[in-house]
Design a protein around this ligand. Structure first.
Ligand code: AMP
Ligand code: MN
Ligand code: MN
Ligand code: MN
Length: 275
């Protein structure tokens, strides 16, 4: 079964409206899709309606921004209830800190000689509560500061570069508890992207499981095929449910398209085993 449990729409930093994400997934042969916008569930109703009209399976999801030790991590919640008060209240708080961070990014870029970036980024935003580095990146590319989004992150928006600001997101325990309180299952998103060594990854997984987390992304558009094998190993070793998702953002060039990645290794227990 072609199941894709990680992607983005204009509700966060994707380029396609929620219904258009579903239409594209259908065209690519996806049978079950989860929309997992950053820190916001506002696109789920439209996506679910579109999926229903097409007879496609749909899973309510979210991708929560987390600070763990010195790292920023993402935790995906699947089969969440977007009406859960605890989840909603938590996400509202995370979104409010995004706006404050964006002002600091704008100031930092101003000091680096980039003018008007907050207003510029806001012009790319689809949801005024979710302004992300992706929106700054699109503005910087459009303004000629770098040739593409990947390049602009490397030069301006990652740790140590002029447009990067420190920020405290949700704690790991809070993110997992909001997901679980809403009836969802918590999954560590793209664990290969955080630059953690194996001791740190083991520490993260132990803490994640102690908080009630259950799954890990193995096959994702943010991993290389070598990392599929590496994180399949972690799933086996730590008895984690395995997930598969493109992390599609609409700009098909920069990451995997919906539903095209290889299946999970057959011996892993998929996160959807009991759905
Ligand atoms: P934020 O949550 O505002 O810090 O933005 C994070 C988002 O930026 C991620 O979800 C990705 O979509 C995007 N992103 C992060 N790093 C990169 C990168 N090196 N190249 C392209 N996009 C990136
Ligand atoms: Mn993103
Ligand atoms: Mn992510
Ligand atoms: Mn994502």
């Amino acid at each position: 079964m072609n199941i894709d449990l990680h992607c983005h729409s204009t509700t966060s930093d994707g380029l396609l409206e929620p219904s258009a994400v579903v239409a594209r997934a259908a065209a690519n042969g996806v049978a079950v899709l989860a929309l997992t916008d950053h820190d916001d569930t506002g696109g789920l109703a439209a996506a679910r309606a579109e999926a229903g009209a097409r007879g496609m399976g749909f899973v309510d999801g979210v991708e929560i921004s987390v600070s763990w030790q010195e790292a920023t991590l993402h935790v995906v919640g699947l089969r969440i209830d977007p009406d859960s008060v605890r989840l909603r209240t938590g996400l509202e708080w995370v979104r409010s800190t995004r706006i404050q961070r964006a002002e600091r990014i704008g100031e930092a870029l101003e000091r680096a000689g980039v003018r008007g970036s907050l207003e510029g980024a806001l012009a790319y935003v689809g949801n005024p509560e979710i302004i992300s580095r992706t929106h700054f990146a699109r503005f910087l590319v459009e303004s000629g500061y770098a040739r593409d989004v990947k390049n602009v992150f490397q030069r301006y928006l990652v740790k140590g570069k002029p447009g990067y600001v420190e920020h405290r997101w949700a704690s790991l325990g809070d993110a997992v508890s909001w997901i679980r309180a809403s009836g969802g299952v918590a999954v560590i998103a793209h664990p290969g992207r955080y630059g953690l060594d194996s001791a740190e990854l083991k520490g993260l997984i132990a803490e994640f499981k102690a908080c009630g987390g259950a799954g890990i992304e193995v096959v994702t558009g943010s991993h290389t095929p070598t990392q599929y094998r590496e994180f399949a190993g972690y799933a086996r070793q730590f008895d984690l449910l395995a997930s598969r998702g493109s992390d599609f953002h609409g700009d098909a060039g920069s990451r995997a398209d919906l539903g095209i990645l290889p299946p999970l290794p057959g011996d892993l227990k998929p996160v959807w085993h009991d759905w």
